[in-house]
Design a protein around this ligand. Structure first.
Ligand code: NAD
Length: 458
């Protein structure tokens, strides 16, 4: 089948590469000419495990191409996938300008029947707006061409996106037209082999399903973070509580890890956008507003613990920071808790020596000339000259550090762990002070040790 993908970001590239892998003829379009040049030069502009191999193999086979020629893009595919960004507007609602720009481009250039498949996460009712934009352009051209608009939300997880796309839990298709549902079924057949995962519904329900899934997951995280904060007051250990409740199959173990708050390109913006669009319909989404509020507070928790440890004075401290991406196995820094933490540390006059296995380039791009930021080549290099260590993303390589080295390198012998990677007893054994999330009594502050470096300096 011939497929055009509008938007060559995380979703667009994964969709394009996986569709090409199944033998389809795919053309990926992006308005960012630089991105298309890089792709045409064999470079993959994002880090997603396995994606570079998929792209290389399918480009080589002639099934996957990249262009910034919009006319060519519209002419190419029966299926026109929309995978452009839907960033938050200033008021938190989803900004549809990219989606509607694609709709207008399709309306301007289409010369045959087209199925517009919306993969971007969009508020309920967007398919109607897309339809209206295309129709308006066709009317301007006095054209009677037919088209259909389908909602096909994407559920892939960054870091595991290829696997999620190739073996999806579900393929949600929202359409009111049996003809398009059959064509979509055929298109997705290769991804739907062992049992039927296709869930057909009306367009509006499909649009809401995507927001509902992300809002549910964000709610689980904020719920656990709220409980973790309570556990600190009660002198309980949230990690024990997590296992205690996760063992109930009605609750389950997924997404109940307490931490430094959720980030990324989806949960924060989708929770806000859903609450905002509900408010636009006259409904106040109390629970979702609380989920968002808890998350904003949670992103400050680690800084608050650091500040309390240092009696409110972090100026001149050098902090080693492990993990910058919003979660492991991606270089995505959108709404990452590390950004909130680093910005608070700089504001407090501290210096940051940061390391991340994949997100260094992205950090450099976001903070090009940031005083107080040094990007280090390894986790251990970040420790050089540091007073304290803070962990904010749970990359595998941080799970089993050399605690003797930490004790030796960190002048103030203290570790702040935003992801509960270590056992408090283990850390204590090595003579390190340890602050985690929801693990026992706080602010029961460990008295700061006199900084060796300060003492050295006299
Ligand atoms: N990233 C995820 O994990 C994920 C998962 C599921 C759904 N989504 C949703 O998918 C959509 C895309 O997300 P993403 O993370 O891939 O975004 P992204 O920012 O990585 O990529 C979006 C791309 O669209 C391009 N673009 C913007 N306007 C365009 C236009 N008019 N024509 C063609 N290209 C245009 C941008 O240049 C960019 O390359 C969003 O709605 C997002 O909420 C994302």
């Amino acid at each position: 089948m011939r497929i055009t993908i509008f938007g060559s970001g995380y979703v667009g590239l994964v969709t394009g590469a996986c569709m090409a892998e199944m033998g389809n003829q795919v053309l990926c379009y992006d308005i960012d000419a630089g991105k298309i040049d890089r792709l045409n030069n064999g470079e993959v502009p994002i880090y997603e495990p396995g994606l570079d191999d998929y792209i290389a193999r399918n480009v080589e086979a002639g099934r996957l191409e990249f262009t910034n020629d919009v006319e060519k893009a519209v002419a190419h595919g029966l299926f026109q996938f929309v995978a452009v960004g839907t960033p938050p507007d200033e008021d938190g609602s989803a900004d549809l300008k990219h989606v509607l720009a694609v709709a207008r481009a399709i309306g301007e250039h289409m010369d045959d029947y087209r199925i517009i498949v919306d993969k971007s996460t969009v508020p309920v009712g967007t398919a109607d707006k897309v339809k209206a934009e295309i129709q308006a352009k066709l009317d301007e051209r006095n054209s009677t061409l037919e088209f259909d608009v389908v909602s096909n939300p994407e559920f892939l997880k960054e870091g595991a996106a290829i696997g999620d796309f190739m073996k999806p839990d579900r393929i949600v298709v929202g359409t009111d037209n049996p003809r398009t549902s059959e064509l979509l079924r055929t298109l997705y057949e290769p991804f739907n082999r062992s049992h039927d995962r296709m869930i057909l519904m009306d367009v509006r329900s499909a649009e809401l399903t995507k927001y509902a899934a992300n809002a549910m997951l964000a709610t689980k995280i904020s719920f656990m973070n709220e409980l973790a904060n309570m556990a600190e007051h009660f002198g309980a250990d949230i990690e024990k509580v997590r296992v205690g409740i996760g063992s109930d199959p009605r609750i389950g173990y997924h997404f109940i890890y307490p931490g430094a708050g959720y980030g990324g390109s989806c949960f924060p913006k989708d929770v806000r956008a859903l609450a905002k669009s509900a408010a636009g319909e006259g409904y106040q989404a109390q629970l979702l507003n609380a989920v968002e509020g808890v998350n904003i507070r949670q992103k400050q928790r680690i800084f608050d613990k650091m500040s309390a440890h240092y009696d409110g004075d972090l100026s001149g401290k050098t902090i080693a920071l492990w993990g910058l991406s919003f979660k492991p196995s991606t270089d995505d820094m959108r709404e990452a808790p590390s950004r909130v933490l680093m910005e608070a540390l700089w504001e407090a006059g501290a210096n940051v020596r940061a390391y991340d296995p994949e997100a260094m380039q992205e950090t450099q791009r976001i903070y090009p000339d940031q005083a107080g930021l040094e990007l280090c080549e390894s986790a251990n290099q970040a420790l050089e000259g540091a007073d304290a260590l803070v962990i904010i993303t749970e990359w595998q390589e941080f799970r089993s550090p050399d605690f003797t080295l930490l004790k030796d390198k960190l002048a103030d012998a203290v570790v702040f762990d935003g992801r509960n990677l270590y056992e408090p007893e283990t850390i204590a054994h090595f003579g390190l002070a340890y602050y985690a999330i929801g693990r026992g009594k706080v602010p029961g502050k460990v008295a700061p040790k006199p900084s060796r470096r300060k003492t050295d300096r006299g």
